[in-house]
Design a protein around this ligand. Structure first.
Ligand code: SAH
Ligand code: SF4
Ligand code: F3S
Length: 441
């Protein structure tokens, strides 16, 4: 049997797409191997969101090139956003690549492998969902569900609209069917994926019309699904109906990831985010009003072109005011063919680095303070496997999306009650509750 190996870079959408690539390859008779060195087919599912992502990738491509020169019968494939953003240039710059395809063309990998064509092939149309393809899940009890592809926003820093195309929603009946099949197959937790999940459904034909909040309610009704997550919503589309869904739907988790990007209205305007600091804080106030205990996390970009000390201080103020449970923080990185890459007022690297250090201190202090509310509580934890720090401990996640390292006996995929003993900005520490075990017996 021919063998394959996939390396995944980037976001959860890429993880989803990689699971589909694997599912498709297995249906074609390929076997997965744990090490790239042993594979007949080497795939890289790429990301281009920041420059760092590009440079990491180049090193992996170098490795693939060496392996190909040792054994020229090997096939090297490059999928994902980086491949899409370069298109046929991939073959000029990396002539050892046999097949390249964008996120909308994953299905073409099968065509390529089935064809007698030996010359390099590139597939870059925005054509279809990967959600239709067979899947090989990384974890039996967790499933990604691609509810839409593409993005209609024009954030001036972002490469994604050009790599994933215009937004297209999948019909609700198809999604609910997919979730039901996942549940039958042992999935307890689904994560709904889209670049802007809460604009879901706007492009659907009248007979299929459904809002994101209605979709959440329909998925909540699927038997066997204990947890629903989604990423990412856009603050401009965060309606009260979605917030209320968190209060009303038993399986919708107590966590909202609401990307801020900047706390300065002026910078938000230059970013073309289409909301102001006030409007963002108003969304947070609505969340706190209906869901006082909900975890809120965010994405923040530091050093966007033109960001002054005052703009940055406003970001720090918003972080303090919201009191995030966690935040992903990024140094602004100029991306090819984006509007902001041509702005003349780029922020020097040293200033960016200094602001990042200050931001991290505040983010971590807030996350630490928020996490203390869990100490002494008994929380429902979905077990993922052995703890990364100490294999005799277990690791899992709470509904608030906090990682918990805990002592006790349980198998991956089980939901257990864990008494929380301590907390910091990153994770919680606890002990599987004996009471919960007794009641389970
Ligand atoms: N569609 C999602 C995710 C976009 S990418 C959303 O809009 O929320 C994930 C995060 O990467 C973004 O939220 C942003 O914070 C960051 N990001 C995107 N482009 C970037 C760039 N050019 N430089 C630095 N960070 C960037
Ligand atoms: Fe990029 Fe903005 Fe679209 Fe998110 S909403 S993918 S940041 S353009
Ligand atoms: Fe990267 Fe594309 Fe995701 S650029 S972050 S893999 S949408």
């Amino acid at each position: 049997m021919p063998t394959y190996h996939v390396t995944t870079f980037g976001c959860q959408m890429n993880e989803h797409d990689s699971e589909r690539m694997k599912g498709m390859l297995e249906s074609l008779g390929y076997d997965e191997v744990g090490d790239r060195v042993e594979a007949d087919l080497i795939l890289l599912n790429t990301c281009s969101i920041r420059e760092k992502a590009d440079s990491r990738l180049i090193a992996h491509l170098g490795h693939a090139k060496r392996l190909k020169s040792e054994d020229p019968s090997r096939i090297i494939g490059v999928g994902g956003c980086w491949a899409q953003s370069l298109k046929d240039e991939v073959f000029e710059r990396f002539p050892f690549v046999d097949v390249a395809f964008g996120p909308g063309q994953v299905n073409r990998l099968a065509d390529f492998l089935n064809s007698d064509q030996l010359t390099a092939q590139g597939y870059f149309e925005f054509e279809g969902f990967t959600g239709h393809l067979p899947s090989k899940r990384a974890r039996e009890f967790q499933g990604w569900v691609q509810i839409s592809v593409g993005c209609n926003s024009v954030c001036s820093y972002c490469i994604v609209p050009s790599t994933r195309g215009r937004e297209v929603s999948r019909p609700p009946a198809e999604l609910i069917g997919e979730v039901a099949r996942l549940a039958e197959d042992g999935v307890k937790e689904v994560t709904l994926l889209g670049q802007n999940v809460n604009s879901y459904g706007r492009d659907l034909v009248a007979s299929d019309k459904m809002t994101f909040a209605q979709l959440l309610a329909a998925i909540d009704r699927v038997a066997g699904i204990e947890r629903i997550r989604y990423t990412s919503p856009h603050p401009k589309d965060m309606g009260e109906d979605v917030i209320m869904a968190h209060a009303e739907l038993a399986s919708l988790c107590e966590h909202i990831h609401l990307p801020l990007q900047s706390g300065s209205s002026q910078i938000l305007k230059a970013m073309r985010r289409t909301y102001s600091r006030e409007r963002y804080l108003d969304r947070v106030a609505l969340i706190r009003q209906h869901l006082p205990d909900c975890a809120i996390t965010t994405d923040i970009i530091v050093g966007f072109p033109g960001e002054t000390d005052d703009d940055f201080d406003q970001t720090l103020e918003v972080v303090e005011e919201v009191g995030y449970d966690g935040a992903f923080t990024f140094l602004y990185s100029a991306r090819r063919d984006t509007e902001a890459a041509n702005f003349s007022n780029q922020v020097p690297q040293a200033v960016k680095a200094d602001r990042m250090a200050r931001l991290l201190t505040v983010v971590q202090r807030c996350a630490d303070a928020r996490a203390q509310r869990f100490v002494g509580q008994t929380l429902e934890v979905l077990v993922e496997g052995a703890s990364r720090k100490d294999a005799s401990w277990l690791r899992g996640r709470t509904r608030h999306n906090k990682v918990v390292n805990f002592s006790g006996l349980a198998s991956p995929g089980q939901t257990v009650a864990v008494q929380i003993q301590s907390a910091n900005h990153q994770s919680l520490v606890g002990e599987a509750s004996l009471l919960a075990h007794a009641s389970a017996l």
